[in-house]
Design a protein around this ligand. Structure first.
Ligand code: G1P
Length: 292
């Protein structure tokens, strides 16, 4: 078998972001900033750090601010240059240099599986990463980088996975799996189910928004029927893939924040701000002085 590198990362970003209304009525949820950087930029930087050279963003209506964000802004650059604000100029330019970014549209929000299928032609016949930008993973090594290493060892699809408490499992894809004998971070997947009832969940191992998938997934996504919530689910596509290939769950090093949820977003904001050299010390002192 020819060993292929994971060179492309797909970002499904056509959802309506209903969990974050009213902020997401006219603004994509992927553009919500954690401190001063939009969610999608954290994801793109993670993909680039993992070795991905091409970023494929699946967009929909009202999502053009994402394209502007990763493009050059000549007006802004001219103003910053004139005012000699060179550090800011570098920040403004850096986004457009991150990677090759291409966009394709999902005309109808038919589900995550359908969104990923939109990338079929752009991905072609090679393994690829999928990142859901509202899952932000704070990790020393980078979550996707760890997963790419696991892919290189196994040459199989890898799903980021985390153990969640109690009924929370019903918010996720859930893995029926056993620990791999050779690598303690890997879980050999037997079966999977999208958003099970707590009583029916085969485990507490949730899928998080990080995937490396083999290109056969596209054939599977072309045949699946609407599943949980009446949507074409990526989980059902990967379940179908299990008939042909091994699939692993992967316990990554790092802390995941569900930044698409208001409380998760607030927690992530505080933690990310506290880690910053420029803001952390004063923010911490301010927090301590408050009488919340
Ligand atoms: C999606 C997937 C689900 C996964 C989750 C991770 O669900 O369908 O399997 O566990 O992302 O965040 P969503 O959060 O879009 O409902």
């Amino acid at each position: 078998m020819t060993r292929m590198k994971v060179r492309k990362a797909v970002f499904p970003a056509a959802g309506m972001g209903t969990r974050f209304l009213p902020a997401t009525k006219a603004m994509p949820k992927e553009m919500l900033p954690l401190v001063d950087k939009p969610l999608i930029q954290y994801g793109v930087e993670e993909a680039v750090a993992a070795g991905c050279e091409e970023i494929i963003i699946i967009t929909g209506r009202g999502k053009t601010t994402m394209e502007d964000h990763f493009d050059r802004s000549w007006e802004l650059e001219a103003v910053l240059e004139k005012r000699n604000k060179l550090a800011l100029l570098e920040i403004a330019r850096s986004m457009s240099k991150l990677a090759k970014i291409v966009y394709t549209r999902q005309a109808e929000a038919l589900g995550l599986g359908h969104a990923v299928l939109m990338a079929k032609e752009l991905v072609g016949d090679e393994p690829f990463a999928v990142i859901l930008a509202d899952d932000v993973v704070d990790s020393k090594q980078g979550c996707m980088k760890q997963m790419v290493e696991a892919y290189n060892d196994t040459q199989s699809s890898i799903l980021g996975s985390e153990v969640v408490e109690g009924p929370a499992i019903s918010n996720y894809g859930c893995l029926d799996c056993t620990p791999d004998a050779n690598d303690p971070r890997l879980l050999l997947v037997r079966d999977m189910v999208e958003k099970p009832k707590f009583e029916d969940a085969p485990s507490q191992n949730a899928i998080i928004g990080r995937y490396i998938l083999t290109p056969r997934i596209f054939e599977m996504l072309e045949t699946i029927k609407p599943g949980a919530g009446g949507e074409l689910q990526l989980t059902d596509g990967i379940k179908a893939l299990l008939q042909y290939e091994k699939v692993y769950g992967f316990s990554y090093e790092g802390k995941r924040h569900d930044a698409g949820d208001k409380l998760g977003f607030l927690k992530a904001t505080v933690e990310f701000a506290l880690q910053r050299d420029d803001l952390g010390p004063t923010f911490r002192a301010w927090l301590k002085a408050q009488n919340f």
